[in-house]
Design a protein around this ligand. Structure first.
Ligand SMILES: *[C@@H]1O[C@H](CO)[C@@H](O)[C@H](O)[C@H]1NC(C)=O
Ligand SMILES: *[C@@H]1O[C@H](CO)[C@@H](O)[C@H](O)[C@H]1NC(C)=O
Ligand SMILES: *[C@@H]1O[C@H](CO)[C@@H](O)[C@H](O)[C@H]1NC(C)=O
Ligand SMILES: *[C@@H]1O[C@H](CO)[C@@H](O)[C@H](O)[C@H]1NC(C)=O
Ligand SMILES: *[C@@H]1O[C@H](CO)[C@@H](O)[C@H](O)[C@H]1NC(C)=O
Ligand SMILES: *[C@@H]1O[C@H](CO)[C@@H](O)[C@H](O)[C@H]1NC(C)=O
Length: 365
């Protein structure tokens, strides 16, 4: 076999090919320093220019087509703008989850259709000032709190019935005297811990999470005062001293005075277990709903410091307003004058963690 100096067989097909390639690709050098003048370069150059022109033409054409398409799509889009969902206002991305644009079935939101709505729930216990608190909220032009919806046992009989009820409330289709309709910016309800809330907490937490519902916890610090209020209220439920009608909340000092005349007797055997039970229920609710966006309020703090009501309005993202309630407090003054067996109660709580309940007092501002 004859080999050239490069050690390749010159007649092999591979070597032949290599030679042709070297000829065609004019810039490959033989010894790595001098460029061999191309023999067929004018033709190759012409081909390259032609190819380039073709590619350019196709490219420009495609751009034109795309622009024409975009323009016609634009026309379709501008028609769709009318039905487009409302613009979410400029807020933190994490907040968008709590902003809603409900489309009620029972009425049109008209000029307020694109006003964002917050969903809330007041989680509380009986006789903790939640009735008073709710009337305060409802005095705001944009807040609609629909009351104790789940005092009705049928509505809270199972999770699906609860969800159905909540859906209706949050879609603004629950019509009560508290409904503000089209310009509602925050819609909610009052829900007592013992009204199926703790029982169905798994499903309810899930619902709050998926719908972006915010919770307002409202509790009373002095659970002894709360107990007295419960006893008085249940007495009133039976005796009805106000002309035969039961009133949980009153609107005149005269009515309050009549209701406050009744002094309950507290069963001291059950006193501490009862206080502990309420405390546990409150702790449990805070634990279950800790992942829900929430604010914790105490009745006593709001009474002492009305700035708390601004905190609530900020929490619900409604414009700040002066809130007011026509409700009058039933029980005023020191506790000792409100309970029949005060000495016994004092002895029972003396030296316990609940001792402060005996003496803590506050004034209506
Ligand atoms: C839930 O309760 C409602 C009202 O009591 C009832 O009509 C419905 O059948 C119940 N659903 C389930 C799944 O138990
Ligand atoms: C509050 O209600 C008023 C009167 O209905 C309305 O003009 C205003 O846009 C509402 N504000 C919000 C934040 O929805
Ligand atoms: C009870 O009714 C009478 C007459 O209707 C009225 O004058 C009085 O103020 C009422 N009392 C209360 C506590 O509502
Ligand atoms: C207090 O409650 C206990 C348990 O229910 C009961 O046995 C006791 O008689 C009650 N005491 C009074 C003074 O009512
Ligand atoms: C009243 O409440 C506000 C807001 O919660 C707080 O910043 C302020 O310190 C409170 N004022 C008093 C006197 O406690
Ligand atoms: C509370 O207990 C202390 C000591 O145990 C006693 O000195 C005090 O008088 C008690 N107070 C009342 C109001 O019973």
């Amino acid at each position: 076999m004859v080999m050239n100096k490069e050690g390749l067989n010159p007649s092999s097909p591979f070597e032949q090919k290599r030679k042709n390639m070297v000829d065609d690709l004019c810039f490959i050098t033989k010894d790595g320093s001098t460029i061999k003048p191309p023999k067929k370069s004018p033709l190759v150059l012409r081909m390259v220019v032609l190819l380039f022109a073709m590619v350019c033409g196709v490219y420009m054409c495609s751009i034109c087509m795309r622009q024409i398409n975009a323009r016609s799509n634009g026309r379709v889009l501008s028609v769709k703008v009318v039905e487009r969902p409302c613009e979410v206002p400029v807020i933190q991305p994490s907040e968008k989850y709590y902003v809603h644009f409900p489309k009620p079935k029972t009425f049109a939101r008209a000029e307020c259709a694109c006003n964002p709505v917050q969903y809330f729930v007041i989680l509380s216990t009986q006789r903790s000032g939640s009735g008073w608190f709710e009337t305060m909220l409802n005095s705001h032009i944009n807040i609609s709190s629909n009351g104790e919806i789940f005092s009705n046992k049928v509505r809270r009989s199972n999770a699906s019935s609860i969800v159905e009820t909540l859906d209706k409330i949050y879609n603004l289709d629950w019509l009560t005297s508290a409904s503000k309709n089209e310009c509602t910016a925050a819609v909610g309800l009052k829900w007592m811990l013992n009204q199926g809330l703790l029982q169905h907490h798994v499903e309810i937490v899930e619902y709050f999470k998926s719908k972006g519902v915010s919770a307002i916890f409202l509790f009373r610090r002095n659970l002894l005062r709360r107990m007295i209020s419960i006893l008085a209220n249940s007495y009133d439920q039976n005796a009805k001293p106000l002309n035969g009608t039961h009133k949980s909340h009153v609107h005149s000092p005269q009515e309050a005075e009549i209701l406050a005349r009744y002094k309950p007797e507290i069963n001291t055997t059950l006193l501490i277990p009862n206080l502990r039970q309420v405390e546990e229920m409150v702790t449990r609710s805070l634990e279950y709903f800790k992942s829900t966006r929430h604010i914790i309020l105490y009745y006593e703090d709001i009474i002492k410091n009305r700035t708390k009501l601004l905190d609530v309005q900020d929490f619900l993202r409604v414009p700040r307003m002066d809130l007011n309630s026509r409700q009058v407090k039933i029980h005023k003054g020191s506790l000792s004058s409100q309970v029949q067996n005060w000495d016994e109660v004092e002895k029972t709580l003396n030296g316990t963690q609940y001792e402060s309940f005996l003496y803590e007092d506050y004034k209506m501002s």
